[in-house]
Ligand binder design. Structure first.
Ligand SMILES: [Zn+2]
Length: 631
């Protein structure tokens, strides 16, 4: 990711919206089972054939050249501003549609070079577009807010561009002279270096070892994928061996990876200070206009509720039947479900569990189910995991799944459809210019579905073992998404604050800091879970630290989503209306304000405490079940 503060231009705002909303494959992904009857999406809704795709790409490249003729003319008149804004919108709309087609066809089979090449052609369109529009934000800032406002008032058709134009004006305070901007832009490439170096190291250059487990099984290459698989095995000695070897590999590069991350942090701080932001955090959250209080309240509230996290770890201990707990005991599954669900079951469960969303939502969901929008089952060469890609404004969302029939697959199904219906509602209510929403609200619209699915299952009359399974899934989600991500967020904030205070950062210091956080979150001093020093190098393995205050959004999303779900389940009649309003608003308002106006204030403790209350309630029930089972 580039370090330079990207000006959010009317016109390039949507370039940031090409993000797909991706669910990571769970740790124990089943090996792709070939299914005789694949359910496939219909890509001809996007383009009749690849010739049509190529023709549109050529057209975009041709039309991009026209943008040059508006250089120096953005302040000329409302009509000129409208003309160029409309042109950029049209180009973006086309480029996104091209990208969606290229991505989906490439992901069906990653081994086909023709479709992979088409994808990189589509991606490079965005680089070309960035370049062609790069003069616009600085020029608009020079024209200034007064004139821009007058243009908007004078020309009704500029309304659809107003949010993005004003958003660009919002950056005025932090925009420097032309010369200084040029220096910062040039520095941007250099400051993006650490992230690239990290990526090369972690993905291509780490000298992974082989390992023979105490049980006799041989791991040829203990890389990230093998770690994800073997850290969850039931044999405890094996897990410990995997932890020792895997973290041992990382530990050898503590100094080097520390210098890499420290340089990255220095880059954030340098940029924030150059532009006059209060600090790096303020600079990072200013993009989506989120108050820093959201971040700080999240971290503070998680800290106030660490008792619940510790209680969860003790519950795991009880389920695992262990005398003591170590960090390597966190991943093995403690419950199992002896049941599978067909794709029709998944649809039915999603429809029924989402009843609280009301008629309008369900109507869209049903419409989506009827379309050929999904690529459902695993197949050889297919991209793992799941995502929803909804950026083709004039078409409809598409979903890639690797459905294997487990409950987790049903949950992912419901999650991705949450993104899809969000996209549909936004598209129905917003012009192209404000249809794409931020990550901050996106993951809320999917997490709520997961919570409602869990609660739907738990409302049934179930055997204890099955009930315990759903409770465990919910609790594990809260641990991984709320507590773990907030711990990362706290680490990220601390290393930035150390840098801002002029302290020299090093790999060893980061390990010390991370060890303290691991121990605090996992109750080391309280005797809940032993955190061995050797594992405190884990910070070096988290790629998100190169994404500049990104991970906290996982924790705010699950909290906001839970808060909405709880209101609905408690019979709050305004909850559904408030929720739909958030989805329909798309990107037409800033996400924090939008949620606040729907009575979810993420700068207050309430949503986080609501999540903790649910967690405690689930743990109460788990304890009762275990008592009954005599465990
Ligand atoms: Zn998602």
């Amino acid at each position: 990711m580039k370090m330079t503060k990207k000006l959010r231009l009317p016109l390039t705002a949507l370039l940031t919206s090409t993000a797909m909303f991706i669910s990571l494959p769970s740790a124990n992904v089943a090996v792709a089972k070939e299914t005789s009857s694949q359910i496939e999406w219909d890509l001809t809704d996007l383009y009749a054939n690849t010739d049509a795709w190529e023709a549109e790409r050529q057209q975009v490249l041709e039309k991009l050249k026209e943008l040059d003729s508006y250089k120096g003319r953005l302040g000329e008149s409302a009509a000129t501003l409208l003309e160029v804004s409309d042109k950029v919108s049209a180009l973006q709309k086309s480029a996104l549609r091209l990208l969606v087609f290229a991505t989906l066809s490439a992901d069906e089979d990653l081994r086909v070079s023709e479709t992979q090449e088409r994808r990189s052609l589509a991606r490079s369109l965005f680089a070309a577009m960035n370049q062609a529009t790069s003069y616009m934000a600085p020029e608009l800032l020079e024209v200034g807010p007064e004139k821009i406002e007058a243009f908007i008032a004078a020309n009704q058709d500029l309304q659809k561009h107003a949010f993005n134009l004003r958003d660009t004006m919002r950056q005025k305070e932090f925009t420097l002279s032309k010369e200084a901007e040029r220096v910062l832009a040039n520095a941007g490439d250099v400051l993006g270096g650490p992230g690239q170096i990290y990526g090369l190291m972690a993905n291509a250059s780490m000298p992974w070892t082989s390992l023979t487990l105490p049980s006799g099984e041989e791991i040829k290459l203990l890389n990230q994928a093998a770690y994800s698989k073997y850290r969850a095995v039931q044999n405890r000695e094996d897990r410990k061996a995997v932890f020792d070897a895997f973290w041992g590999t990382w530990k050898q590069y503590e100094a080097m990876l520390g210098a890499t991350l420290a340089t990255h942090v220095k880059g954030h701080v340098f940029n924030a200070q150059s532009r006059g932001y209060e600090n790096a955090l303020a600079a990072a959250v200013s993009g989506s206009n989120i108050p820093t209080d959201v971040y700080r309240t999240l971290v503070a509230t998680a800290n106030e509720n660490l008792d619940s996290m510790h209680r969860y770890l003790k519950l795991r201990q009880r389920l695992l039947g262990l005398q003591d707990m170590h960090y390597y005991d966190i991943y093995p599954e403690v419950t199992a479900l002896d049941r599978t669900f067909s794709i029709d079951d998944a649809k039915e469960m999603t429809l029924v569990s989402l009843q609280p969303f009301g008629k309008k939502y369900l109507k869209h969901l049903k419409k989506g189910f009827k379309g050929e929008w999904m690529h459902v089952f695993p197949q050889e060469g297919k991209r793992p995991g799941a995502y929803m890609f909804g950026s083709a404004y004039d078409v409809h969302p598409y979903l890639l799944l690797n459905y294997n029939g487990g409950f987790e697959d049903v949950s992912t199904f419901s999650h991705e459809w949450g993104h899809a219906v969000h996209t549909m509602l936004s598209r129905e209510n917003q012009p192209f210019e404000t249809f794409s929403y931020t990550t901050f609200t996106a993951e809320l619209a999917s997490t709520t579905n997961e919570v409602l699915l869990q609660e739907h299952m738990l409302a049934k009359d179930l055997p204890d073992s099955e009930r315990l399974y759903y409770i465990d899934r919910a609790l594990e989600g809260i641990r991984g998404t709320f507590f773990r991500q907030t711990m990362f967020a706290e680490f990220e904030l601390k290393i930035h604050e150390m840098q801002e205070a002029g302290e020299a950062l090093s790999g060893a210091k980061m390990t010390k800091l991370y060890l303290d956080l691991l121990r605090k979150y996992h109750g080391h001093d309280e005797g809940v879970m032993n955190i061995d020093e050797a594992y405190a190098i884990e910070w070096a393995y988290i790629p998100h630290f190169y994404r500049n205050f990104y991970v906290y959004q996982y924790a705010t999303s699950i909290s906001g989503g839970t808060a909405f779900a709880e209101r609905m389940l408690a019979g709050d009649k305004t909850a559904t209306e408030d929720y739909i309003k958030v989805l329909e608003a798309g990107g037409s308002q800033y996400p924090y304000e939008l949620l606040k106006s729907s009575k979810i204030d993420l700068a207050s403790k309430t949503p986080y405490e609501t999540l903790i209350a649910r967690m405690n309630r689930l743990m109460d029930e788990a304890d009762k079940i275990l008592d009954r089972m005599g465990k």
